[in-house]
Ligand binder design. Structure first.
Ligand code: ATP
Ligand code: MG
Length: 364
């Protein structure tokens, strides 16, 4: 059993609450990402799990075993850090073999060789075993660092921003490799990243952190489509979510949100928020359709072509702006033109303006 369970785990550094009463459960074989901005408590969570520091309160279990007080080497965990320094004076083979050589009793040479070759084969670095770290690429070094962790057959892998030293293209390739590797190994992986795209593509579930607090824990699609609060809506997604202030009105076909950009139907089906609370509408760029309309008050003030997407910034009379995502091949619009906006009611999110907590998602 290699489930990981945090129960009420907190950690402070003086005045700073690095982690605030974390409850989190990672199922066996899951790939869970800890996602959040710098300083949100991701590495603290991972280091507590690895045993590199002690929690102030709470308990951590792997399977049914309470590991809260155990030293790192008794936790059956392997960790790969952001700075995956390989030993420069050792070959790739010796680097991967290192944790086995250090084991007591030391396995015999044939066992070590077999294990290293199996791991190297899995990671596609078998032809590089005789080389030194400086004679292989960054991505290859990264894989060797993973190999050094894998060779120990740990119950749980912890990876702290392992791809952050790689260039953008290589990172995307390594992402694919990591995912394939996870499918192959079936091990439990806890992965730290501040890159929401990485978390979205790799994870079975994402735990979103801010200021040491877990904000939401769920599958990527759930986090994206039903953000628990304004922070999550804004942090997850390759473009920022648009936020519009307005007031709720009852229309003939359900609720309507009256904003500076017009009256936006929220559709039927969702919950009706409590009266008297200020609200804010969240809408992703792809949930806004733009159509040319010479008679409209709304103007396109900026067009940005980003490969497959065209981003249009649309401004109302009172300077309120939203960004819409369009298909550049389907629309001909130039800056300064008048447009009409259509909001997809299924993809609108209403938040409490005071607490930021989601009170209603489109589509139920
Ligand atoms: N050794 C330390 N002493 C004092 N404060 C610390 C220490 N380590 C972390 N902190 C503080 O605890 C909070 C959480 O830090 P943590 O390293 O967990 O963040 P993170 O989410 O991993 O950020 P990053 O993306 O920058 O790595 C931050 O406010 C940080 O400044
Ligand atoms: Mg960190």
């Amino acid at each position: 059993m290699s489930t990981v369970t945090f129960e009420g785990v907190s950690k402070r550094y003086g005045e700073v609450v690095a982690l605030d009463a974390l409850d989190l459960r990672v199922e066996e074989g899951e790939f869970v990402s800890l996602l959040g901005p710098s300083g949100s408590g991701k590495s603290t969570t991972l280091n507590l799990l690895a045993g590199l520091m002690d929690a102030d309160t709470g308990s951590i279990r792997i399977g049914t075993r309470d590991i809260t007080g155990l030293p790192p080497e008794q936790r059956d965990i392997a960790m790969v850090f952001q700075n995956y320094a390989l030993y420069p004076h050792l070959t790739v083979f010796e680097n991967i073999a290192f944790p086995l050589e250090a084991r007591k009793p030391r396995p015999d040479a044939a066992t070590i060789r077999a294990k290293v070759e199996r791991v190297a084969g899995t990671l596609g670095v078998a032809p590089l075993l005789a080389r030194y770290p400086k004679e292989i690429s960054g991505g290859q070094q990264q894989r060797v660092a993973l190999g050094r962790a894998m060779v120990r057959d740990p119950k749980v892998f912890l990876l702290d921003e392992p791809l952050s030293n790689l260039d953008a293209r290589l990172r995307i390739r390594m992402r694919r490799d990591l995912k394939a590797l996870h499918h192959q190994l079936g091990s439990t992986i806890v992965y730290v990243t501040h890159d929401q795209a990485e978390a979205m593509t790799l994870s079975s579930r994402i735990a979103v952190f801010d200021h040491g607090k877990l904000q939401q824990y769920g599958a990527p699609a759930e986090i994206y489509e039903r953000p628990a609060n304004i922070f999550v809506a804004n942090f997850v997604g390759d473009r920022e979510t648009n936020f519009l202030d307005g007031t709720l009105e009852a229309g003939a076909d359900g609720l309507v949100y009256a904003t500076a950009l017009g009256r936006i139907p929220l559709g039927n089906g969702g919950a009706t928020p409590r009266e008297g609370r200020a609200t804010r509408l969240g809408v992703r760029p792809e949930a806004i359709a733009v159509e040319p309309d010479g008679g409209s008050d709304l103007r396109v003030v900026l067009t940005e072509l980003a490969g497959a997407d065209l981003f249009l910034t649309v401004r109302g009379r009172d300077e309120t702006e939203v960004v819409a995502r369009a298909d550049p091949r389907a629309i001909r619009i130039t800056e300064g033109e008048g447009v009409r906006l259509r909001f997809d009611a299924e993809r609108l999110h209403l938040f409490d303006a005071g607490t930021g907590v989601a009170v209603r998602h489109g589509g139920g």
